[in-house]
Design a binder for this molecule. Structure first.
Ligand code: FE2
Ligand code: FE2
Length: 209
C-alpha cells in the first residue's frame, strides 16, 4: 500500500483508543487483521484494500456512545433511528468516523461498509461484504458458529487461486449467506427483533443462488 494510505491507516489506529476500550480494540484489531487477510487472498486493488482496512478499524467507533449521543447524531444527519437498537452503531459509526477523520480518510466506500456491517444491505460491494464477514469471522470470536464459519471461509479460500475471481466471489457470497442465515435463525430462536435490511439481504442472496 502506498505511503499516503499507510499514513491514513496509522492515524486512525493512533486515535482509536479515544473511542474504544481495550476489549473493543482487541475485536477491532481482529477484524482489521481478518480484512487484511481477505484483501490479500482476494487480490484486491490497493484502493479496495485501503477501503476494507480503514472500514475495519472504524466500524465500531460509535459503539460506546450513550443512547442520547447516538440519537443526537441521528438527528443531526436526519437519519431515522433504527427500530432495532443493536444496529444503531453502524449508522452513527459512519457519521462519527467521517466527522472525526474527514472525507479523504473516510471515503464514501469506507462509509458504505461501516453503514451495513451489522445488517448487510441490498447491493453490497465486495468491500461491504468483506467487512460484514470479517466482523463475524475474526479470530477473537469464540462462539461455535463463528469458529465454524471462519474455518469454512479459510479452508475454502486456501483452495482457490486469487485469479479465480468467480470462485472467490461465490465463496464470499456463500459466507455472507451463512452468516445472515445463522443470525436470522438465532434472533428468531431468542425471540429478538430482526432489522428489515437483514431480511432484504437474505432475500437478495437466496434469489441469486
Ligand atoms: Fe459493530
Ligand atoms: Fe464489530
Amino acid at each position: 500500500m502506498n505511503a499516503v494510505r499507510e499514513a491514513r491507516l496509522s492515524l486512525i489506529r493512533e486515535r482509536l483508543p479515544l473511542y474504544e476500550d481495550a476489549k473493543r480494540l482487541e475485536h477491532t484489531v481482529g477484524v482489521y487483521k481478518e480484512c487484511q487477510w481477505l484483501a490479500k487472498k482476494f487480490g484486491l486493488s490497493e484502493e479496495d484494500s485501503y477501503t476494507v482496512c480503514a472500514a475495519a478499524l472504524l466500524h465500531d467507533i460509535a459503539k460506546n456512545l450513550s443512547h442520547g449521543q447516538a440519537l443526537e447524531i441521528c438527528e443531526r444527519y436526519g437519519v431515522q433511528p433504527p427500530a432495532v437498537p443493536a444496529v444503531m452503531h453502524q449508522y452513527t459509526g459512519a457519521f462519527l468516523a467521517r466527522e472525526v477523520f474527514g472525507e479523504e480518510i473516510v471515503t464514501d466506500a469506507v462509509c458504505s461498509a461501516i453503514l451495513c456491517h451489522t445488517t448487510g444491505k441490498v447491493g453490497m460491494t465486495v468491500t461491504d461484504k468483506m467487512l460484514f464477514v470479517a466482523d463475524f469471522t475474526e479470530a477473537g470470536r469464540k462462539y461455535r458458529s463463528c469458529r465454524d464459519i471462519r474455518e469454512y471461509l479459510h479452508s475454502e479460500c486456501e483452495k482457490i487461486n486469487k485469479n479465480e475471481k468467480t470462485a472467490l466471489s461465490r465463496l464470499l457470497n456463500d459466507t455472507v449467506k451463512r452468516i445472515v442465515g445463522f443470525t436470522v435463525t438465532y434472533l428468531i430462536e431468542k425471540g429478538k427483533p430482526i432489522d428489515a435490511d437483514m431480511i432484504l439481504t437474505w432475500n437478495e442472496i437466496v434469489s441469486e443462488n
